[in-house]
Design a protein around this ligand. Structure first.
Ligand code: ATP
Ligand code: MG
Length: 647
């Protein structure tokens, strides 16, 4: 099986898509040749209070460092996501909500209803003292009110900071304090996989460690009882009865902040990534339009959590700016059964599904019958984001859930980039399993070596972006110097992504993983993604994580953590077989020096493998594992340490 296999654009897609090959080439060419005009033209897809005449104005150089887009424009993000659709499409469904428990009824909100809900929410926030520029932290389950709250903040010009509802009180407190939030929005409880999550109790615990919060707005999401602190806590449903129904949107400068979002923390201390209004919304809306080729009347489902940037850009802002019907799901992809995700697809007749490789690998492991017993007839396009997708998982996604008829849109991007950066367009890009393919309009990727030399043609190295794009983050909240130091000092004059990439002879990009994770075996540099993909290709392997470890002869050796498929037992024979397997798949240079079988890998709450911890364990340095508070299940670490393979 060669990963170079090509899946050409299906004829039907070439005909119906917003961009075919020619259109992509032409638009991409213009976006680089004449960015000033190109971006002012694209900006017209938004409704401006004052239309901008200034396009991008930026410099990545230390002496003159600044990033601005559409500076003279005025806009309100919530009006773009709601009000402007009312006249013609007010009765279209904006949000379709699927509850955790499949026995419960879904809820739908038309754009008109959404308008009423968001106006009320905005007035409740105002009554609680919120003003333009204030920071408001959201700690919410995946209920429609989470979307209302985001849009309500945007409506009054408050800056939202969403903290994923799975984070601990300590992690929440740190994020509240870092941006000095005055209001917290939460629910009495959340629900996931049939379990109650004590959100309000966690907020109470977090607020023991902070002093900036004046008000806590509490949604009654379940029947669960919670303590309310007099003078500080208010029930949303009570407050909503006392406020006016209408709330005019606040005119905002294009560069006024829209939100702060802390990155998932897989590499260390999370950063408060700051995004602003005009450029971010344009980026979310335009990429949603082209990458998912959304058409009026279609049902679009991004199965992420609102606590991650994917939820911001592709559940709320992108689709609603485009007048789409966006599905919001409260629960887990594999609860009550491994068929749930496909049952939701059938129930709501979903046309586009957007999820993460970690979800796909987990579902693959359970067996195809959970998929094939559902219809999935409505599906026409499948997306993925979050990690490099192993070619094996890509092929499975394409063949089994997609029955070979749905293009796979693998979107590479980061919290920092706002929305998709390298991704195929379904009508324009022939696909290669495991490749994020080609850059989106205005994105100029560069691959550089360790010294910052630009590498041309087919090559591999550090992935940088050579110029600004409208959706780029503008700062690390409260620490502009950290922003510059983190992203612009390693390779002067460029944005450094922290990721490695390979570019093939067709100009396709293959993300090889984080640069920190690159392994150097006897002078050969290897991306962890490549070795992991080889392991996952083995029929007994469900998931693998590979890290480097010190090796006397080779400089670095390869240490692999392997999770087996359900009902497969680890054995010495299997270990040897895996070693042989990798040697044949990649070559002797990639021979694993150690393989540790483990029932689970340490993952962040967003499902990403925390290789930083795995590296420490492989090195035998288990005394200083660093911040593990963003791990989904810290207990996994103890098991890994206890069963470390000595080398
Ligand atoms: P932190 O920056 O705190 O360590 P994080 O990088 O995991 O956290 P995100 O911004 O959510 O936080 O993730 C972006 C990263 O995820 C990218 O830099 C890349 O490593 C990886 N990634 C996302 N999508 C893809 C994709 N389609 N292919 C390959 N890698 C991807
Ligand atoms: Mg990152």
């Amino acid at each position: 099986m060669s990963e170079q296999d090509l899946f050409p654009v299906p004829e039907t897609w070439a005909k119906r898509a917003y961009a075919d090959k020619e259109t992509y080439d032409q638009l991409y060419g213009r976006s680089l040749a004449d960015p000033g005009t190109f971006w002012l033209e694209q900006a017209r897809r938004l409704d401006w209070i004052k239309r901008p005449e200034i396009s991008g104005d930026w410099s990545f150089d230390a002496s003159d460092f600044h990033i601005n887009w559409f500076t003279d424009g005025q806009i309100n993000v919530s009006a773009n996501c709601i009000d402007r659709h009312l006249a013609k499409n007010g009765d279209d469904v904006a949000i379709m909500w699927e509850p955790d428990d499949p026995a419960e009824e879904p809820r739908t909100y038309t754009y008109r209803k959404l308008h009423r809900e968001v106006c009320r929410f905005a007035n409740v926030l105002k009554a609680a003292g919120a003003r333009k520029g204030d920071r408001i932290t959201l700690y919410m389950p995946m209920i429609p009110e989470a979307a209302f709250a985001l849009l309500a903040c945007a409506r009054i010009g408050a800056i939202h900071s969403v903290v994923f509802g799975g984070f601990s009180p300590e992690a929440l407190a740190g994020r509240i304090t870092d941006c000095d939030s005055t209001i917290v929005i939460t629910a009495n409880e959340g629900r996931r996989g049939g379990k109650a999550i004590p959100l309000k109790a966690n907020v109470d615990a977090a607020l023991q460690h902070t002093s900036c919060v004046d008000k806590v707005v509490v949604i009654q999401a379940t029947g669960g009882d919670v303590a309310m602190t007099e003078g500080r806590d208010l029930w949303y449903h009570e407050a909503a009865e006392t406020v006016e129904a209408d709330c005019p949107p606040e005119p905002m400068g294009a560069e006024d902040p829209l939100f702060i979002l802390y990155t998932s923390g897989s590499t260390g201390q999370p950063k408060g990534v700051l995004h602003t209004s005009g450029g971010y919304l344009l980026w979310a809306s335009l990429t949603h339009h082209y990458c998912f080729d959304y058409r009026p009347g279609e049902i679009y489902w991004c199965a992420a959590d609102i606590g991650w940037v994917t939820g911001h850009s592709y559940i709320v802002y992108g689709p609603l700016a485009n007048g789409a019907t966006t599905v919001m799901y409260e629960g887990l992809p594999n609860w009550p059964t491994a068929s749930r995700i496909w049952e939701v697809v059938d129930r709501h007749q979903v046309n586009t599904l957007f999820t993460a490789p970690t979800v796909l690998r987990a579902l693959m492991r359970e067996g195809d019958e959970h998929v094939t017993k559902t219809s999935r007839e409505s599906l026409r396009l499948l997306g993925t984001v979050g990690e490099p997708i192993n070619p094996e998982a890509w092929r499975w996604y394409h063949a089994v859930p997609g029955e070979g008829r749905c293009p796979i849109i693998d979107t590479w991007w980061q919290t920092e980039t706002g929305a998709a950066m390298i991704a195929p367009l379904p009508g324009a890009t022939d696909l290669k399993p495991g490749s994020a393919t080609k850059p989106f309009f205005g994105v100029e990727p560069q691959i550089v070596d360790g010294e910052g030399q630009i590498l041309h043609g087919a090559t591999e190295g550090n992935l940088c972006i050579a110029r600004s794009w409208p959706g780029q983050m503008r700062s690390v909240y409260g620490d502009h110097k950290r922003f510059f130091d983190t992203y612009f000092s390693t390779f002067p004059g460029k944005y450094f992504t922290g990721d490695g990439a390979r570019r093939d002879e067709d100009g396709y990009y293959w993300i090889t993983g984080r640069v920190d994770d690159v392994i150097n075996v006897s002078g050969h540099r290897m991306g962890t993604a490549e070795v992991e993909s080889a392991l996952v290709l083995h029929r007994d392997v469900a998931e693998a994580a590979v890290v480097g470890m010190p090796h006397e002869v080779k400089g670095q050796g390869i240490y692999a953590y392997v999770t087996l498929n359900a009902n497969t037992e680890p054995s010495e024979a299997l270990r040897q077989d895996l070693v042989k397997w990798v040697r044949t798949e990649i070559g002797p240079i990639a021979t694993p020096d150690a393989i540790q079988f483990t029932p689970a890998l340490p993952k962040t709450r967003s499902g990403k493998i925390m290789r930083r911890i795995l590296r420490k364990i492989a090195e035998g340095d288990v005394s200083s594992l660093g911040d593990t508070s963003t791990l989904a299940d810290p207990a996994v670490v103890d098991d890994l340490v206890a069963n470390r393979v000595s080398t």
